[in-house]
Write a protein that binds this ligand. Structure first.
Ligand code: C2E
Ligand code: MG
Ligand code: MG
Length: 572
């Protein structure tokens, strides 16, 4: 759990501030990710240091070593503020466990950044609307609780709760009111669980954890339950409490919730697996329309007939090559010119109906079909890019979305390389978009896949950035080139100070780490202007272009290349 140990003695900061290091348990520096800021430039003392005690000695050195040992032992993060006397330097040290043997150490000058890092820090682990832990902190907590219960052979229930129909409020209520709704729900959840569990932070035996793990999802850990029935009773209580009208202005909003439950140890021995299985059970509940709470069954994730039908149709569509690819341009924020196109899977309505792409992709992800579909999309879109390049759009790049299953293939880099060679393209023509959940779910393992892709020479983009589990620590340690800020943050940019601050922080942080930033879901002139003012490098969304067929896009490429103002295409 996050902790702040700033309240004991505060030795003076005698070393530099503003740097990001990866430090091994024994104090040796494994990597220097940053050693200064835009004003100061790189700090040679940090760049050449081999051990952390060569940079910070004395009391601070001791304190740093203690914190590193502590985060490695507890597999957590902590922050430590070190203040000099009046007029002196104040620095915040953040320590984040990276695997078993090293820790990320982020050092920031508190005087310079005026709370910016605190904000980023919070953005990284705390959902600002509700004040609850986010998905990442939830998983850290779950790991800790599992480790504790493992020793005692105790049981744990992980419950995820999806708030249905909240979207309907978007039209009727503004984002501020919508936030108020989630804050109220969080308050109710806290109240519902109090009494059933201890609030004592050190009591892993009885302490429940509540988190907001996605825009519409909460998750709860119930440690030390006796049986599944206990968890079901809590879930029913929570659902009933969410169903009580929420007062927004002078109106009452009625919400419905679905819950999924996974039990430790039978539904997963690891935090991620347990959580994913609770999510799968929750999705099952929300598809069933008549059951509000479902348990994970261990094996059956896709239980509804409807899903099985879709799977079959998906397979047929693949066999008969009835899929298609649409392309959505990404434009340079300063010039408005098209820099790249994102390939998006499409299909004829007669085959799979009007399902959303996300749904089709998530069904394909639960079967091995996604690998074949992904291979097909990559082949088709590489061929298309080649025809554009042959027409003279040499600098145009292609970006391609990748799913967890594809990402975990050991031959991923080889298969991408084969597709590029076959189409006559260079690796530098391609960007791979990885959802931030995937990349950071098993960061150490996934970073090595990323490195293989980097060796190949393709670009890496973190898609849907800012709504999930990505932390400052992760980003500074990940081998990515670009972040793509999610639609959800862009949508309320004009009205929500919080979303504006989040975009601002994400852009500054990415730039400090040498990454480029794309914002997706840009629908209005004002959003485009605000993002450009914040320094965003590239923009994508209906304000510029909707996804469209390869043929449709050709004309726009020509206009863009000649620098003429491109036509705005609206619609989905
Ligand atoms: P994504 O990669 O984040 O793609 C952006 C989504 O936002 C696309 O939805 C796009 O049509 C939509 N969009 C574009 N401009 C705007 C806008 O201004 N406002 C709003 N509200 N939305 C906008 P789409 O095409 O339905 O795709 C959904 C998701 O499905 C994608 O999210 C991506 O994660 C996944 N996906 C699509 N094609 C593939 C594929 O070939 N392979 C894999 N693995 N996933 C894919
Ligand atoms: Mg994408
Ligand atoms: Mg996205």
């Amino acid at each position: 759990m996050a902790d702040d140990s700033s309240n004991d003695e505060s030795p003076e900061v005698t070393g530099p501030v503003n740097c990001v290091l990866v430090v091994a348990r024994d104090g040796s520096i494994k990597a220097t990710l940053q050693s200064g800021d835009n004003n100061t430039g790189k700090d040679p003392a940090i760049e050449k240091a081999e051990r952390i005690d060569a940079i910070w000695g004395g009391g601070i050195g001791v304190r740093i070593s203690r914190n590193i040992r502590r985060v490695l032992r507890d597999r957590c993060y902590c922050s430590d503020e070190i203040r000099e006397g009046e007029g002196g330097t104040n620095a915040e040290f953040i320590f984040v466990a990276q695997g078993r043997d090293s820790a990320l150490v982020v050092v920031r000058d508190l005087a310079n950044r005026d709370g910016e890092l605190t904000r980023m820090h919070k953005l990284a682990y705390i959902d600002e609307t509700t004040g609850l832990p986010n998905r990442e902190l939830f998983l850290i907590e779950l790991k800790n609780i599992i480790e504790f219960q493992q020793l005692r052979e105790g049981r744990i229930a992980v419950m995820t709760i999806h708030i249905d129909k909240i979207d309907e409020s978007r039209g009727a209520f503004g984002p501020a009111q919508q936030d108020a709704v989630f804050a109220e729900l969080a308050q109710r959840l806290r109240k519902d669980l109090r009494g059933a569990n201890s609030d004592d932070k050190s009591d892993y035996d009885r302490r429940s954890v509540i988190a907001r793990t996605d825009f519409r999802d909460f998750a709860i850990i119930l440690p030390s339950i006796e049986s599944g029935a206990d968890a079901e009773a809590v879930a029913e209580r929570v659902i009933a409490s969410i169903a009580r009208p929420v007062r927004v202005g002078n109106r009452d909003l009625k919400l419905k919730a679905y819950a999924g439950i996974a039990l430790y140890p039978q539904d997963g021995a690891e935090a991620e697996a347990l959580f994913e299985n609770a999510v799968a059970a929750m999705e099952d509940a929300s598809c069933s329309h008549d059951i509000d709470v479902k348990f994970h069954t261990g094996t059956v994730k896709l239980r509804t007939l409807q899903r099985q039908d879709l799977e079959l149709e998906l397979k047929t569509a693949l066999d008969t090559e009835e899929f298609d690819v649409n392309y959505q341009p990404v434009v340079d924020a300063k010039t408005g010119r098209i820099r790249s196109v994102e390939a998006l899977l499409r299909w004829p309505e007669s085959i799979l109906g009007t399902q959303s792409t996300r749904k089709i992709v998530s069904i394909a992800e639960r079967t091995s079909l996604i690998v074949a579909i992904g291979t097909w999309v990559l082949r088709r879109s590489c061929e298309q890019l080649k025809t554009w390049k042959d027409k003279g759009y040499e600098s145009l790049r292609l970006s391609f979305n990748i799913s967890p299953q594809e990402f975990s293939r050991s031959d991923l880099a080889q298969s991408i390389s084969a597709a590029l060679i076959r189409a006559g393209l260079q690796p530098s023509d391609l960007d791979i978009e990885i959802n931030e959940h995937i990349l950071f779910r098993d960061a150490m393992k996934n970073y090595s896949t990323c490195r293989a892709l980097k060796r190949l020479g393709v670009g890496l983009v973190v898609d849907d950035y800012g709504i999930g589990s990505c932390s400052l620590a992760h980003l500074s340690h990940s081998p990515v080139d670009t972040i793509k800020i999610d639609n959800a943050l862009v949508a309320h940019l004009e009205t929500s100070g919080r979303d504006n601050a989040a975009c601002d922080a994400a852009i500054s942080m990415a730039h400090a780490l040498g990454l480029e930033v794309i914002a997706e879901g840009v629908e209005t002139e004002e959003q485009a202007r605000l993002l450009t003012d914040l320094g965003c490098d590239m923009l994508q969304g209906y304000h510029y272009y909707s996804p469209m067929s390869g043929d449709e896009i050709a004309g726009f490429l020509e206009l863009s290349a000649t620098g003429r103002r491109t036509r705005i295409v609206r619609g989905a």
